[in-house]
Design a protein around this ligand. Sequence first.
Ligand code: TA6
Length: 298
Amino acid sequence: PQPSVHTERGRVYASLPTGDTVEILLYGATIVSWKSNGKENLFVSDNAVLDGSKPVRGGVPVVFPAFGPPPKDHATGALPQHGFARNSTWEYLGSSSSESGALSKGGDDSVKLDFGLSAANLSDEHKKAWPYEFGLVYTVTLGKDGLQTMLNVRNQGKEPFEFQMLLHTYFKVDDVTTLQINGLGSVTYTDKVLNATEHTQSDPALKIAGETDRVYKSIKQDTTSVLQGGKPRFDVTRDNLEDTVVWNPWVEKNKAMADLHDGAYKNFVCVEVGAVNGWQRLEAGETFEGGMIVKSHL
Ligand code: TA6
């Protein structure tokens, strides 16, 4: 049997002969479901807004061209928090399953879905706020060994521009209080819960015991792992990206977010790979590509 892909009502669905599935909204090119052996890997809030009126609270929102609140004195300063990619409608460019992705030997054990966004797809407001000729191609590859996403950024104009990018992944977990995150030991991070002060993590493992919002930077080794109850659950490997954000809103922030249902914080942790430490500069005609490979252990 071959992988199957179909689109309906602004969503693209793909499945493998193994039964693994992925579902992507054209809105934000937001992956809203990735199932391995029938088990959901991604968290989407019960109160998530899915009609395109605001970014999805969950799945894998694409953050571009700025991470967080854009600095007022920067070219991205007039854009919304986390930029416009996650709240614009992308074009579905098609699929291929003969590709031999990094996850598999190609053939029918992987299916690659391509999505595109360019200045032409933007609202007038966003185009005015950031008037650069850019082109994004976002590739989601569902493989038997996991999920790979890559964002290709091209400067199609004559002016150089600066950007940040990040994949704001909400991983579904049984209990955030009994998980640990490995791979960030002795890495320097900005702690946004402690007034954006700089710290270096001494422990090899990070545990979530309260609101957590840390931007780990220039991480040497490329994989961050989430263990649930001491057992490996997700391995997130960065591809040409050096930074990883770990976020959990905990009780108070959860209550303050209308699109995050009560108690939701217990069932997700965001491990977000990106290039968010400073700005990537693209000269006219240049491209940048970065992404992740996620392995789900069941
Ligand atoms: O990635 C962490 C973060 O920047 C947090 O500071 C929090 O703002 C989170 O993103 C969610 O942002 P959003 O704009 O989706 O509500």
